[in-house]
Design a binder for this molecule. Structure first.
Ligand SMILES: Nc1ncnc2c1ncn2[C@@H]1O[C@H](COP(=O)(O)OP(=O)(O)OP(=O)(O)O)[C@@H](O)[C@H]1O
Ligand SMILES: [Mg+2]
Length: 297
């Protein structure tokens, strides 16, 4: 059977746009999990921290959530949660020596598939990792409400394919000019090559409300004017001034802090946008879409 990623790549970019839309409509009608990437082009902007906290929050709200660490050989998710590193799990899953269930870390509704840390077998392997991840996602879309991807920085083919496959992308951007430029570049390639026309934006590490506004407006207006893409602004998180060694505890803590409350607002904004977009899908178009998907595939 043809792999999901090969199937997706077998279309030209304008066909892919159509296919992408149909996949998403089909998934809505079949109640499949919502797939979301945490991305942004630039490294060190907070993708992993935010993906972890987001996944934990969705799980706390009762959604069965899977977070997949797609920074395959520089995995940070387990270490950020204070879990022991287990290089062999992810590689064993990719090479079919272990089952998916055996490789997960579970805490209630929160499920984590962490990856490797400088694993030499993975480094030497010729595995097409983005294809394997897409097949893992496609194979478990009935089992979770949300599948979140912590994407690696950069414009690699892997990052592009994962972002293009996801129903939604949350771009994590800081006020740093390089972060804004790199995000724009990623949005541009996704729009041009994969027909991705809508993204979410989360501004991280801003210092003042004015700065947050400037970043959000600059990005949303630029991508609309030059790429014809829509940006859903989820909100922002201030730069936290806590000692480095205490950062993860503070950031991930479920407390009464202003920071946590602000984070919850971002998650609620995301949930509201999602409910609205799911609500817009009406059953009268369902049959036609299902037929269209079958024709294309
Ligand atoms: N709101 C914030 N305030 C202060 N520091 C932050 C904030 N968000 C993230 N950081 C800091 O930025 C560092 C990088 O965060 P993180 O690892 O989540 O980024 P990343 O985008 O996943 O990086 P990479 O591209 O390397 O995977 C963290 O160690 C953390 O200390
Ligand atoms: Mg990261």
């Amino acid at each position: 059977m043809q792999k999901t990623s090969e199937w997706l790549m077998s279309f030209n970019s304008s066909q892919r746009q159509q296919v992408q839309a149909l996949i998403h409509e089909r998934k809505k009608s079949f109640n499949k999990s919502v797939t979301v990437s945490f991305t942004g082009g630039k490294g060190g902007v907070g993708k992993t921290s935010i993906a972890l906290k987001f996944a934990k929050e969705l799980a706390k709200q009762g959604h069965k959530t899977l977070l997949i660490d797609c920074d395959y050989n520089l995995s940070n998710t387990a270490i950020r949660l204070g879990l022991p590193l287990n290089n062999s799990n992810f590689y064993s899953l990719l090479t079919a020596q272990k089952s998916f269930e055996d490789c997960l870390h579970k805490e209630g509704n929160f499920h984590l598939l962490s990856a490797c840390n400088g694993d030499l077998d993975l480094f030497d392997s010729k595995l097409k990792l983005e294809e394997l991840i897409l097949d893992i996602i496609a194979g478990h879309e009935d089992d979770f409400d949300f599948i979140l991807l912590d994407c690696p920085a950069g414009l690699s083919k892997e990052a592009l394919i994962l972002n293009a496959y996801c129903d939604q992308r949350i771009f994590v951007v800081t006020p740093d000019k390089a972060s804004i430029t790199d995000s724009y570049s990623l949005m541009k390639v996704l729009s041009t090559k994969f027909g991705v026309k809508e993204n979410h934006l989360l501004v991280n590490m801003y210092l003042t409300s004015k700065q947050f506004q400037r970043v959000a407006v600059t990005i949303s207006e630029t991508v609309e004017n030059f790429l014809g893409c829509r940006t859903n602004i989820l909100g922002g998180l201030k730069r936290i001034d806590v000692e480095h060694s205490r950062f993860d505890n503070f950031f991930l803590a479920n407390t009464e802090s202003g920071f946590h409350k602000k984070f919850l607002q971002v998650v609620h904004k995301y949930s509201d946008d999602l409910s609205r977009s799911l609500g817009e899908f009406n059953s009268s178009s369902r049959n036609r879409l299902e037929q269209d998907v079958q024709t294309i595939s």
